[in-house]
Ligand binder design. Structure first.
Ligand code: PLP
Length: 391
């Protein structure tokens, strides 16, 4: 019998993609499913970005590029990191990858050994624990609740750190909670991290631009400039410019680590698609008005959805700071509908109300669900109505 590598047994396929697949199955069977499962903006990629890609094809820019990205895309990334984040990087501190996801994966492969622990605040982006496991290391979870707006406290962080802790994932604003850490909160976490110089900080800034706190965006290095030398910033054009299918992300950090990540990439995918790199460059260097427009729409939908969800008995939804997700507590709804947990609830909502959303368990936080509002107001209103009707 065919015997697979042991590492395969440690991981599971992405649960968010599984929900989408189930919903699509019902749709294919003719059911009118309302889908709140998506992890991507519902807008089209802006026209000037598509035009740049067409230009690249026309000019024959269709061959291998440098593994870690073209010099001109790296320059655009360096300019963005300076302009928006006030951070300085040299080209050897930047690696362009096949989406933010490959940047995260390369980081784990380049940094982690079998005896290492990685701190993963929950709720977490579904891939963090499995990427750690694929690198033979061990995820150590910190659980959070709505009371702390799903953010870890310095005390929790201190308790989770051991001599084996090698890395921590930070993701602000967060998928799935929609919450962002304030600069002061990051400074408090930084005080703890400062005492443990062996810990590398992975700052996943994917949703930086989809934020409406009114405060300027701050990541851990903005809050604690002295942590620059051991922080890797991960970013992508995927969410900001509605470019999920183009697969361009990047990592900025210490040259030694970034170089190792590029070496790993050179033995797996080589460079990201040449044409997509040109498109990403146009996105970063071009007019940012398209981003403002999208964020405005997300904020409006967010406000309506949070208000509507809180009118459903058994649902408690805190307003988020950004992203296109909300993460309500549904323990009351689970009790009311007499189901076992958030997994059964999500199944019931899909089968009986034809509403697709992702159970909180997928993100390490049972008793909650994630709803994506990267969809029309009509679908959002309809979904709330269907859930209310079922209750
Ligand atoms: N990090 C977070 C928190 C995400 O939500 C996602 C996408 O869902 C990614 C990384 C990966 O993004 P990309 O599509 O650029 O690989």
């Amino acid at each position: 019998e065919l015997s697979l590598a042991q590492r395969v047994g440690r991981i599971k396929p992405s649960p968010t993609l599984a929900v989408t697949a189930k919903a699509n199955e019902l749709k294919a069977a003719g059911k009118d499913v309302l889908s709140l499962g998506a992890g991507e903006p519902d807008f089209d990629t802006p026209e000037h970005i598509k035009e740049a890609a067409r230009g690249a094809i026309a000019k024959g820019f269709t061959k291998y590029t440098a593994v870690g990205g073209t010099p001109s895309l790296k320059a655009a990334i360096i300019a963005k990191m300076k302009r928006d984040n006030g951070l300085d990087y040299k080209p050897n501190q930047v690696v362009v990858s096949v989406g933010g996801k490959q940047a995260c994966y390369n980081l784990c492969q380049a940094l982690l050994n079998a005896t290492d622990e990685v701190i993963v605040p929950a709720p977490y982006w579904v891939s963090y624990p499995d990427m750690v496991l694929l690198a033979d290391a061990t995820p150590v979870f910190i659980n959070t609740t709505q009371e702390t707006r799903f953010k870890i406290t310095p005390e929790q962080l201190e308790r989770a750190i051991s001599p084996r802790t090698k890395m921590i994932w930070l993701n602000s604003p967060s998928n799935p909670s929609g919450m962002a850490y304030s600069k002061a909160e990051l400074q408090a976490l930084g005080e703890v991290l400062r005492k443990h110089p062996q810990i590398v900080i992975a700052s996943d800034d994917m949703y930086e631009k989809i934020l409406w706190t009114g405060e300027p965006y701050a990541n851990i290095v903005n809050a604690c400039p002295d942590l620059y030398d051991r922080t890797v910033i991960i970013h992508a054009v995927s969410k900001t410019y509605s470019m999920t299918g183009w697969r361009i992300g990047w990592a900025c950090g210490p040259a030694k680590l970034i170089g190792a990540m590029a070496d790993i990439q050179s033995q797996s995918t080589s460079n990201p698609t040449s044409i997509a790199q040109v498109a990403a460059e146009a996105a970063l260097n071009g007019d940012q008005g398209c981003v403002t427009e999208m964020v405005k729409a997300f904020k409006q939908r967010h406000d309506h959805l949070v208000a509507d969800l809180n009118t459903i008995p058994g649902v408690s939804c805190a307003a988020g700071d950004g992203t296109f997700y909300v993460f309500p507590n549904v323990e009351g709804l689970i009790a009311r509908l007499g189901v076992k947990d958030d997994l059964e609830l999500s199944d019931l909502l899909l089968q009986k109300a034809l509403v697709a959303l992702v159970p909180g368990s997928a993100f390490g936080t049972p008793g909650h669900v994630r709803l994506s509002f990267a969809t029309s107001d009509k679908v959002l209103k309809g979904s709330v109505e269907r859930i209310r009707a079922l209750v």
